[in-house]
Design a protein around this ligand. Structure first.
Ligand code: HEC
Length: 306
């Protein structure tokens, strides 16, 4: 690795934490190969049995996280962000990179349950949801550096790891699966040495450099689950919501939806029951940020002539 390339890789290293799966740097003889990874059988959302090493890792670049479909706090945000990442990676999915989401609740998460979950999030080719025997999953996630005890899933997003690996090169990097998908796409592209990612250029072309604060918060924090006028995603379409709901309710709800649900607020409870697969997360926005995001939603409504 030389010159520019090295700079790019260094940037990736700084951005995500590069982890070496069991201490010590990767060497030319790739210690994270067939000898390291157990070749345990796992079952995909389509019911196919695959082997962890032979079928999923060998010779591939991969991004792997753990989930469980009954998780209502962090996983929906994580899966929604990865679904966005999948769209950003486009054609590379299933060719140059594969996503694997491994359930840590295999009893409940049968292939059928995983399939319904994957469909809900618009999962496309190259992304497998995997279940299997409890002990096989435990071993696989441990070796992948993804062990996470269900009870210790923290709400601040720090345990939502995404392991990105280039198996042939023996290089692995830990990222947060709840990072901004665009940032993740760039980091992964750099890490895997894709030559034509040119992310800065396409950002600049895709949207004006100066974003209004509310728009920025909406794009970075809300748009994985909500649109304004383009229909429901994981959460309800927010078109007209500022007219439909009381302002103080909206502020309280966006600030601490978890609290309102726990308190049994009837609207929060009804919404929660309707939108089964995700839960509106507490994103810890300040009151300024909530106000900015609401005025952005209002502005979009006005622009659409509502
Ligand atoms: C991980 C997905 C997710 C993210 C991110 C998210 N929401 Fe939600 N939101 C939901 C879901 C799901 C609901 C429905 C209630 C439930 O199931 O908890 C909801 C409900 C809402 C509602 C109530 C809608 C109504 O009809 O009354 C508002 C308002 C809202 N969200 C605003 C926001 C804003 C603003 C952001 C960004 C700051 C945001 N949400 C981020 C998933 C999300």
């Amino acid at each position: 690795m030389q010159g520019r390339n090295w700079g790019r890789v260094t940037a990736a290293l700084l951005a995500g934490a590069v982890v070496f799966l069991r201490g010590g740097p990767a060497s030319a003889d790739n210690r994270w190969g067939a000898d390291y990874f157990p070749n345990v059988p796992l079952v995909t959302q389509d019911g196919a049995t695959v082997r962890l090493y032979d079928d999923l890792l060998k010779g591939k670049s991969v991004a792997i996280n753990v989930i469980y479909t009954s998780c209502k706090d962090e996983c929906p945000l994580e899966t929604a962000r990865l679904a966005q990442l999948q769209r950003l990676l486009g054609e590379r999915m299933g060719k140059e990179i594969f996503f694997y989401s491994i359930t840590i609740d295999p009893k409940r998460d049968t292939p059928k349950v995983l399939k319904a979950y994957a469909e809900k999030y618009g999962v496309g080719p190259g992304w497998l949801f995997l279940t299997g025997k409890e002990e096989d999953i435990r071993l696989a996630t441990k070796k992948l550096g993804l062990s996470r005890v269900r009870d210790s899933v923290s709400k601040d997003g720090h345990s939502a790891s995404l392991m990105v690996g280039n198996e042939p090169a023996g290089l692995w990097m830990r990222n947060s699966a709840v990072d901004n998908p665009q940032f993740l796409a760039t980091t992964i592209g750099n890490f895997l040495g894709w030559k034509d990612t040119a992310p800065r250029k396409s950002y600049a072309e895709a949207r004006p450099l100066v974003l209004d604060k509310g728009e920025y918060f909406f794009q970075s924090q809300c748009s994985v689950c909500h649109s304004v006028g383009q229909g429901d995603k994981m959460g309800p379409d927010l078109a007209g919501v500022t007219a439909r709901r009381d302002r103080s309710w909206l502020v309280r709800y966006i600030t601490a939806p978890d609290k309102m649900l726990a308190e049994g607020d009837p609207i929060a409870v009804a919404l929660f029951e309707k939108y089964q697969y995700a839960r509106m997360p507490n994103l810890r926005l300040s009151s300024d940020e909530v106000a900015a995001v609401l005025s952005y939603v209002e502005g979009r409504d006005a622009a659409r002539g509502r």
